[in-house]
Ligand binder design. Structure first.
Ligand code: CP3
Length: 341
């Protein structure tokens, strides 16, 4: 099988000749060639220039032979079409100049056609679809409405997102209006990516671990469910979150083809808690990669043993690569996963 064929079969629960593998945040600071590119261009310039974004996307495919090529982009890019200025500050992350806090703020958010909002993302995907051939599946992605709302309301990275939660609990009408708009944008953005050549899409709900099941059901679940239902039949979908053992059954019910889980549950136990037929992505501890190869190897083999050759597994980390990861570890993992029988 080709890398692309292998990953797309797995995400749809079909048989594969070897487990497909890619790494979240694989196109980034762990690679010296990426750091060299960033010496010449600021982050957002790389993301907004199709040729540069395509170049960064290809780096881990060329170096490690991963089966998935995740578009070099960021969950903040759709803000370009929402009329919300933002920047990415070194060592901090996304910063919103004027956070969204009131009904009037939500009212002012624009929902544009994706070709108008983020044309460069679509162009990068079109370039990559041609350049990749069948070497790897092209993965599009978006931030999930809750995680994007965390940045919009709090305005910058935070541990607890207290302003976001205050809005959710204190002004539920404003919250639901905001989530509706962000969901509309997300659906257009992901449909546009699929039309431009993304083979599958991943929805990143990175900060979902802040919520318990009742709050998730009431304030977030319906929006995530609407996204997956709108994408049904267009391309396979993967739901990502971390620290969400308490939400796993509910996440499965939002309707993705596959759920990405972190290391807080053994893979086989997580699998048992998902609806029948739902695939699973994961779940190596991203910090384990700081340990010597023997420990990484043992962790990788443990996951493969727990997957036990069931169809519907993509090997990945539980969360994105840490910047200090030694890149050679990644090549060794890819080879081990591909050789496993
Ligand atoms: O290789 C890939 O995975 C593709 C690229 C990618 C980026 N951001 C590039 C990026 C992806 C998939 C993302 C998603 C993203 N962005 C998420 C969800 C995934 C997760 O980790 O939970 C989130 C929460 C963001 C928001 C964001 N963007 C943060 C918190 C930061 C700063 C932290 C950091 O890693 O520096 C960014 C900036 C960002 N996005 C960088 C990269 C490569 C670093 C900017 C740089 O190169 O200087």
């Amino acid at each position: 099988m080709t890398g692309r064929g292998r990953l797309l079969a797995a995400v749809q629960g079909q048989a594969v000749d070897a487990t497909p593998v890619w790494f979240m945040r694989q196109a980034g600071r762990v690679l010296p060639e990426y750091r060299a590119l960033r010496e010449k261009h600021p982050f957002l310039e790389v993301a907004r220039t199709p040729e540069l974004a395509a170049e960064a996307t290809m780096m881990p495919v060329d170096r490690f032979g991963v089966d998935g090529a995740v578009l070099f982009a960021d969950i903040m890019l759709p803000l370009d079409g929402m009329g919300i200025p933002f920047r990415i500050d070194a060592g901090i992350g996304p910063v919103i100049e004027t956070p969204i806090r009131t009904a009037a703020d939500v009212e002012r958010i624009t929902v544009l056609e994706v070709e108008e909002a983020t044309p460069y993302v679509l162009d990068a995907l079109r370039l990559l679809r041609t350049e990749l051939g069948d070497r790897a599946a092209l993965l599009g992605f978006a931030g999930a409405p809750f995680t994007v709302a965390c940045y919009l309301v709090d305005g910058r990275p935070s541990r607890e997102y207290p302003k976001t939660k205050a809005l959710m609990f204190g002004a539920p009408d404003v919250w639901h209006a905001l989530m509706t708009k962000v969901t509309d944008v997300t659906i257009r953005y992901l449909k546009g990516q699929i039309a431009a050549g993304a083979d599958a899409v991943q929805l990143f709900d990175s900060w979902l671990g802040l919520l318990g099941p009742d709050v998730y059901s009431q304030y977030v679940f319906p929006y995530t469910q609407r996204i997956f239902s709108e994408l049904e039949g267009l391309a396979p979908t993967i739901h990502f979150s971390t620290g969400t053992v308490q939400l796993l059954e509910l996440i499965g019910q939002t309707g993705p083809d596959m759920v990405s889980v972190d290391w807080r549950l053994p893979l086989d136990e997580a699998w048992r808690r998902l609806p029948a037929g739902t695939g699973i992505q994961g779940n190596l501890d991203n910090s384990l990669l700081m340990a010597p190869w023997q420990a990484v190897k043992a962790g990788t083999e443990d996951i493969l043993r727990r997957a036990a050759g069931r169809p519907g597994h993509i090997f990945n980390l539980g969360h994105g690569l840490l910047p200090q990861t030694e890149p050679d570890q990644l090549g060794r993992i890819v080879d081990l996963v591909h050789a496993w029988r």
